[in-house]
Design a binder for this molecule. Structure first.
Ligand code: HEC
Length: 192
């Protein structure tokens, strides 16, 4: 009986107190360079994979023809390349996020798979539409139309295949440098 009471004290009082103390005075990983918590990636991915398996559409409503791939490349260039990198040119900061933004035009380390071309297109569609919580992956449901989300998802699904030259050109071109912005607090520029 006394062991049972001891168990209750440890379980209900000491464990939460230790957790709170660890948060305040310990060193929970808060920096990108910190190591992940034990099982952190596996636990979050179990929940994500289960949700995607339930909700991802089985087929795409449009085909991956040239027009789709070129439209997808334009969307990718504007909305995705900063984090996931251009074709043959990795993102400067994508690998320094936690979790890192995977390069979507590079081969995996020990296989011929390029980016997410091995994932069902419905899975990529789900991730782009809904985003991945507690990572830097945004939800594009309010940013892109449903067709645009399919266009960019279909493009990524054939990342290991030869692409139409017009799509490749877009995927290789960097965004133009924006004009210099006035310093904060400076008087607004007069319109000509
Ligand atoms: C602000 C940075 C950022 C932007 C912009 C961004 N992503 Fe991501 N994306 C991420 C991060 C970080 C992850 C990794 C999430 C994880 O590990 O669970 C990710 C993951 C993904 C994945 C899953 C990769 C895998 O291996 O399963 C896909 C697919 C994806 N992004 C597609 C896109 C597309 C398409 C766009 C543009 C419409 C986009 N992303 C824009 C940061 C970004």
């Amino acid at each position: 009986m006394s062991r049972f009471v001891l168990g209750l004290i440890v379980g209900f009082i000491l464990a939460p107190v230790a957790l709170v103390a660890w948060f305040y005075w310990g060193h929970p990983p808060v920096a990108v360079a910190d190591s992940p918590l034990p099982l952190e990636r596996r636990l979050t991915h179990v929940a994500l994979d289960a949700r995607i398996a339930r909700e991802a559409p089985a087929t795409a409503p449009i085909t991956a023809d040239e027009a789709t791939l070129v439209a997808g490349a334009e969307i990718y260039r504007l909305q995705c390349a900063a984090c996931h990198g251009f074709h043959s040119e990795p993102s400067t900061f994508g690998p320094h996020m936690f979790p890192g933004a995977p390069p979507l035009w590079e081969r995996h380390q020990h296989s011929d798979v390029v980016g997410v071309s091995d994932d069902p297109v419905g899975e990529t569609y789900w991730k782009v539409a809904n985003g991945i919580r507690l990572t830097g992956m945004p939800s594009f449901r309010m940013v892109l139309s449903d067709t645009q989300i399919w266009q960019v998802s279909l493009l990524l699904s054939v990342a290991d295949k030869p692409l139409p030259p017009a799509a490749l050109d877009l995927l290789r071109s960097q965004l133009p440098t924006p004009p210099p912005q006035p310093a904060i607090g400076a008087a607004p520029r007069k319109k000509p």
